[in-house]
Design a protein around this ligand. Structure first.
Ligand code: HEC
Length: 202
């Protein structure tokens, strides 16, 4: 059995880039922590879930709720779509995308960023934007758009991991473990089965 996304996802992982200093965003002018938070204060956020658990059980889990619902599968009996087949399936895919967007926000809660580098914020925002794009495309049942948004999501993961996990961030020695039984996510470049690079066997 072959999953088309595999080879291209690997290529994308190598090609992922970091924002350079000119494209890194600035903190909003005059922003005051706590503004618009009602009675809540920064100290009210519950952030005892570790970043590692947040990644493994919230970010990864919700991202796969999107990725498992897109792409094409080729086997002896032909090409099969992985996109949802019914209304309930599309709602589930949309909900996973919404969940991921909110989870991306939680990467910015007090204590979560690994350092003061604005790139942490930018990559979290990139993930949020891509997840919201996936949500909108799932709502519209736009298969191609949903597939492309899945690729955008993956770019955000890889960019942040390249810096903070595999990486070139000073003082960060975390290593992204090999993840067994996980299907690599789809490529950012939309492909038809006929255009796909030689896929790898699962
Ligand atoms: C803003 C930065 C950032 C983004 C965006 C990001 N990650 Fe992570 N991720 C990390 C860091 C840092 C770690 C290492 C955490 C640790 O081991 O303490 C990590 C670790 C992980 C792990 C390993 C967890 C474990 O059990 O060791 C998985 C799985 C993971 N990320 C999945 C994802 C996926 C999927 C996405 C995109 C949908 C994503 N991450 C987006 C920063 C990020």
């Amino acid at each position: 059995m072959i999953r088309l996304s595999t080879a291209l996802a690997m290529a994308l992982a190598l090609a992922a880039c970091s924002p350079d200093s000119e494209t890194v965003s600035k903190a909003p002018e005059g922003a005051t922590p706590g503004e618009g938070m009602g009675g809540a204060t920064l100290a009210d956020f519950k952030t005892d879930t570790t970043l590692k658990d947040l990644m493994a059980h919230v970010i990864d889990f919700s991202a796969f709720g999107v990725w498992h619902n897109q792409g094409w599968l080729i086997d002896d009996t032909g090409t099969h779509e992985l996109f949802p087949q019914d209304e309930a399936g599309w709602v589930a895919a949309e909900s996973a995308a919404f969940t991921l967007a909110e989870a991306a926000n939680s990467l910015l809660l007090p204590g979560r960023p690994m350092d003061d580098d604005r790139r942490w914020v930018d990559w979290s925002h990139q993930l949020y934007t891509a997840a919201k794009d996936a949500q909108a495309k799932a709502l519209a049942k736009d298969k191609q758009g949903f597939f492309e948004a899945g690729g955008e999501m993956y770019e955000a993961c890889v960019s942040c991991h390249n810096h903070y996990v595999q990486g070139d961030a000073p003082g960060v020695d975390a290593k992204l473990p090999q993840l067994p039984n996980r299907t690599p996510p789809p490529p950012g470049t939309p492909v038809t089965p006929q255009q796909a690079a030689p896929p790898q066997n699962q």
